[in-house]
Design a protein around this ligand. Structure first.
Ligand SMILES: [Fe+2]
Length: 216
């Protein structure tokens, strides 16, 4: 059974001074709708911050972030220096059951970045879990996955109330700052649980994953 159901949003890191240009592309050329515009997510942080603009396409979203450097270089600026303008910082995947997937990830040797959060992320109410970078090294420079669960139309209101009760915590900017301060270079997964004799299964017929998802 697939734990993930679809791409929820993709976040691109923009070089300084380019977020408007990229917003024009996603809105005017691709047809997205700007739903959130925050020009400084950390106005009281003397060290660094970022801009966050969210563009919705209906079935998924694109988030644009741009670093704001103050006493220190923003982690978004560092990411752009390493990967280039409009580089993909993270892809967020929707999960059928985020808590169940978190347990699965940890059991298989994966490393969440921090605690699971419930908050409004610019696209709406979300339960979210960030994970450590795909590559070992500086947390500011690594590409990483985010896993989310959102209330769905038709969900039982009581289940939604329990699932999405506020869980205050530190968002990805803080979680990455914490990792930098702690010198945490650990990658998402160390592959210790991958059997040495593992081989890919025979490719299934096109559409098989969708059918399997529907019957379970
Ligand atoms: Fe995200």
């Amino acid at each position: 059974m697939s734990h993930l159901t679809k791409v929820d949003h993709v976040t691109y890191a923009c070089a300084q001074g380019t977020i408007e240009k990229w917003a024009w592309f996603h809105i005017e050329v691709e047809g997205g709708t700007l739903v959130t515009r925050i020009d400084d997510v950390r106005p009281d942080d003397p060290d660094s911050s970022m801009k966050l603009w969210c563009i919705d396409y209906g079935g998924f979203g694109i988030a644009l972030v741009e670093g704001i450097d103050r006493r220190r270089k923003s982690q978004v600026t560092k990411f752009v220096e390493r990967h280039g303008d409009h580089a993909c910082q993270h892809v967020a995947f929707a999960c059928r059951d985020l808590e169940a997937f978190r347990r699965r990830l940890v059991e298989m040797g994966g490393h969440p970045r921090g605690t699971t959060l419930v908050r409004h992320d610019g696209f709406g109410l979300v339960k979210q879990m960030f994970a450590k970078g795909y590559e070992e090294g500086d947390a500011a420079e690594a590409t990483f996955p985010e896993y989310v669960q959102r209330p769905q139309p038709g969900d039982d209101p009581e289940k939604v109330r329990i699932t999405f009760s506020e869980e205050a915590g530190r968002g990805f900017y803080d979680q990455i700052e914490d990792a930098i301060a702690a010198g945490d270079h650990e990658p998402l997964v160390d592959f210790a649980r991958m059997p040495p004799d593992w081989r890919p299964p025979r490719p299934a017929a096109p559409g098989a994953a969708v059918e399997r998802w529907r019957v379970t």
